[in-house]
Design a protein around this ligand. Structure first.
Ligand code: ADE
Length: 211
């Protein structure tokens, strides 16, 4: 699931440039039985399977480093935000644990996990895409990953407002013109217009951000 994401585009380039290192591990490699079992039936009954302690403890204990932050991706974790992405981008080493099946043994969470993160109020089939989202969002805060450093300071969430609309050539396309103010080149007026557009958009789709 991660091969394309990790080798293409911005993340691929960031890794080539050694701005970011990512290693992918399979918990199954730490299973010790013949069938390389990583899950089992839940105590107390119920649907689905639960990831077992032994291979996950062994995996994390091998890949962790002193002072690293060990994160479990789960829909019942704290909401992932731009501020958290920025904080994580400043950590020297993260271990991201992606759960499968219905969940993982609580003792893993209690003993070898430092933080639990959810990327949104919906349930994915496993945490791998959530881990990719976390990697992608934090990578943008690593100096050098984005070509244009400006794009971090003006974009959505840095200012707590959503983005203003963008236009490029041609000035008129299929009868629709780009706003006159953007074509005039008066930077004060452009700033004012963009800010007003940000307020309008935020009011429309995310009024909660304005509180
Ligand atoms: N695993 C499954 N759903 C998830 C979510 N919404 N966030 C993080 N990890 C998950």
């Amino acid at each position: 699931m991660l091969d394309g994401f990790l080798s293409e585009s911005m993340i691929g380039r960031a890794r080539e440039a050694k701005l970011l290192e990512v290693a992918v591990h399979n918990v199954r490699d730490w299973a010790t039985d013949k069938h390389r079992t990583t899950d089992d039936r839940p105590f107390g009954g119920g649907a689905g399977m639960v990831m077992k302690c032994e291979p996950v403890f062994a995996a994390i204990e091998q890949v962790q480093s002193p002072g690293c932050r060990r994160i479990y991706l789960t829909p019942d974790g704290v909401p992932f935000t731009s501020a958290l992405a920025k904080e994580l981008s400043q950590q020297p080493h993260l271990v991201l644990l992606s759960g499968h099946y219905e969940g993982i043994d609580q003792r893993i969470r209690d003993s070898v996990i430092d933080q639990e993160i959810s990327i949104g109020d919906y349930v994915l089939t496993n945490g791998t895409l959530a881990a990719a989202v976390v990697i992608d969002a934090l990578a943008r805060f690593i100096p050098g990953v984005l070509g244009d450093e400006n794009s971090l300071t003006t974009e959505s969430f840095t200012s707590k407002l959503l983005d203003f609309p963008q236009y490029t050539r041609p000035a008129v396309y299929r009868g629709r013109s780009a706003p006159e103010v953007l074509l005039q080149g008066n930077h004060g007026e452009i700033e004012k217009w963009r800010h007003a557009q940000q307020l309008k958009k935020t009011q429309q789709v995310r009024p909660d951000l304005l509180k």
